[in-house]
Write a protein that binds this ligand. Sequence first.
Ligand SMILES: Cc1cc2nc3c(=O)[nH]c(=O)nc-3n(C[C@H](O)[C@H](O)[C@H](O)COP(=O)(O)OP(=O)(O)OC[C@H]3O[C@@H](n4cnc5c(N)ncnc54)[C@H](O)[C@@H]3O)c2cc1C
Length: 389
Amino acid sequence: MTVTTWAEAAEKVLPLLQAEAARTDAQAAFPEAGLQALRESGLLGLLVPEEYGGMGGDLTDLVDAAGLLAGGCLSTAMIWAMHCQQSDAVVRFASPELKSWLLPRIARGEVYLASVTTEPGKGGHLLTGKAPLQHEEGLLTLRRDAPVITGGRHADGFLITMRASPEAADNQVSLVYADREQLELVERGEWDTLGMRGTESLGFTISGSVPAFQTVGEAGEFQRIAVESMAAVGHLAWAACWLGAGRAALQGLVGLVRSADRPGSIDVRSELVNERLARIRMDLELVSAYLRRVLDEVTQLRASGQSLVQTPVQIHLNTLKVTAAELTFQAVDRMVQLAGLRFGYHRQSPLPLERTLRDLRSASLNYANDRLLVANGALTLMDRSVRLA
Ligand SMILES: Cc1cc2nc3c(=O)[nH]c(=O)nc-3n(C[C@H](O)[C@H](O)[C@H](O)COP(=O)(O)OP(=O)(O)OC[C@H]3O[C@@H](n4cnc5c(N)ncnc54)[C@H](O)[C@@H]3O)c2cc1C
């Protein structure tokens, strides 16, 4: 059967993601079979326009597919969502030369993109860079430490933020694309974390040279890409992943509570049990509704060619990320409490609640919520109209 839509493709890879999730978590191993299935499904090219051989999907497709895949394995879904986040930046900001070289390969599943923004000395701060790009005879030479690269061992291409030149200020950042073959990657440290273990987000030292046309967007102007693409698409796609994992966890819990196998301690006629179920559902409902609202806002602005730089829009996108991180984790924490020791907390439970809890604990760290809250406080003072979502 030829797979033609993202929904068919996602439904087809989902059972494999589900089957692989426990092992990748236990071994902190990258989901290689899952990525291979995603390559073959065409989903790496979800956001690649059809003229380049991609699926030509939009942000609604991205959010829906991310939610579905995350119900199978949150690590794999985030790997894929971050790839799509990078591919959106290429689609919207790369030169025609770079697009025609790179996008057909992404669409064919040959190029899985990794993201390199975190750097020692600046932590997660997205809009600054420390290591400078060197410009030598039409080539851009880069050398930089990258303490966290999801899928760094397996990626075929890398989008890397660099200070634009040795003379440039920290906030003059360029985004550079490099094929794996153009780089030397030296692995540093290990990825032995509480959750998101399947993302295998190892540290590397990166060096290499690329032709100047591999700069994405204008030199030194990464901030525009971050605002219009990378941060916005990231917050939407990550929130969708976290919500998808929370929703799948609740589906499992509801199935258990309705079955004859339910723990004897859960009395479905108990008002306490019902109140707890209601609060879990409310957490997920609120994230779902806010995600859809912000998705609509971004989609409409993009469709009418308007910038996302407006203060209220930035507040909404940051609120989405922080709220989704907090409420999906809280919902799964509540599910663990309700399911109890054997079904909620035990690693051998038929419901993977403890894994989902550990995975979702990363959500408030994966671009620190604190940073976004500090930014949103300052932005709030700039929006006298208080334009709510
Ligand atoms: C699963 C996962 C996958 C990741 N994948 C990638 C990847 O592929 N590529 C990549 O480049 N990075 C990746 N990261 C890194 C991530 O995006 C963040 O950049 C990183 O987690 C930030 O690291 P940090 O918390 O040490 O640093 P920081 O964000 O610098 O934060 C350090 C501490 O300071 C606090 N803090 C920071 N700024 C402020 C502020 N302004 N006000 C108050 N408190 C503040 C934070 O809350 C935190 O407690 C990944 C992270 C995770 C968890």
